[in-house]
Design a protein around this ligand. Sequence first.
Ligand code: NAP
Length: 332
Amino acid sequence: MLATQLVETGNIQTVEVPVPTPGPGEILIEVEAAGICGTDRHLFRGEFPSVPGNILGHEFSGIVIDGADSGIKEGTRVTCDPNTWCGECDQCLRGRVNLCANNIATGIHRDGGFAEYCAFPAKKAVVLSNDLDPLHGAFCEPLACTLHGMDLGAVRPGERVLVIGGGVIGLLAVQLAKQAGGKIMLLTRSPDKQVMGRELGADLSAGTETEAHEIWPEGADLVVECAGVPETVAFAPRLARSGGRVVVLGVLPSGETVPIEPFDLLFREIQMHFSFINPFTHKRAAQMIEDKSISVDPLITRTISLQEAADAIATAPPPGEVRAIVVPQSMP
Ligand code: NAP
C-alpha cells in the first residue's frame, strides 16, 4: 500500500509499504479521509517531538475491514481517537488522561492515517454512521481538541469571546462559542477567512490586535488563541478584559518563548489556560459531526491524494487554505 512517512525531520515521502497486520486488540481500517493539521507541519520541521520512520496522520476516519474480535462489524465507518493513554499512571488515575506520560499517539508514536490502511486500537475507534459524508469523519479529532479548549474557557451566554486565528481550530471555536451563547469576534489576517468566520457565526471580525482593541476597548471575557504563532500568544492576554480568561490552543515550537507582562496579568487578574489534546471529548465531537450541529464543508479547501500529501505537509498551506484532506483511495 502507499503511505506518507516522516523518514526524519525535514524528510517526508510517500512510499510503498506492506499492509499492516492488526495486533491484539486492533482492527484494520481502510482510511477514507485524513486531515493535514498544523501539527503535521510542526512534526516535519522538528518543532514537535516525532519518531523517525512513522506514517503521519492523526485526524482520520475510515471503514473497518477487519474487526477481529472487537465487536465492530466489517463495513462500519469509524473515527479514530489517536490518543491511547495507559490508564495506570498517576495522571490517568487523577483523570488527567491527556497528561499521561505513556500516551501513544497514532500518527506520531505509531503509524497513522496518511495510508491506504491503518491498524488501530479497537477501543479508541468511535462508530460513525455509514450515511455520513466520508470527508466529515476527519473533523472529529480537531473538534475534540477544540471542545477541550472551550470546556476550559467555559463561555457563559452573553459573554464576549475573541477567537484568534481563522484556521480549522479557530473556525470550530467560533461555532462552539456561538452555540454557548457568546458574542464572537474573529481576529485573523485573511479577509476571506474573516468572511468565512462571519458566515459560521462570528458577529465581528478584525485583522490585527489594534483593530480588535478598537472594536472592544474594554477587552473580551474570553480570548481563545488558535493561531499558534508567538505574536498572537503574546497579545492574547492584552485583549482580555480585567478578570477575563485566555485559553491557548495554538502550538508553538518546543523552546519558543514569548514576552508576557506578569504585572499586567496580576493587576488585572487574567486567568491563562493551556489546552492540550482531547481528554474524553472525542465521542462528543463525533456526535456533533454526525448530527451536523457543526458545519465542516466550508473548512474543506481541497482533497488530495497520498502522492500529493508529502509535498503538502512539507510546504506552507497556500493563502486562504483552511484544511486539505488526504483521500488515500484517490489518485493524483
Ligand atoms: P492553521 O490552519 O495554521 O490556522 C492558524 C490560523 O492563524 C491561520 O489560518 C492564520 O490565518 C492565522 N494566523 C496566523 N498568524 C496570525 C497572526 N499574526 N494574527 C492573526 N491570525 C494569524 O492551524 P489549525 O490547524 O487551525 O491549528 C491552529 C493551531 O492549533 C496550530 O498551532 C495547531 O498545531 C494547534 N493545535 C492544537 C491542538 C491542541 O490540542 N492544543 C490541537 C490541534 C491543533 P490568517 O492567514 O487569516 O491570519
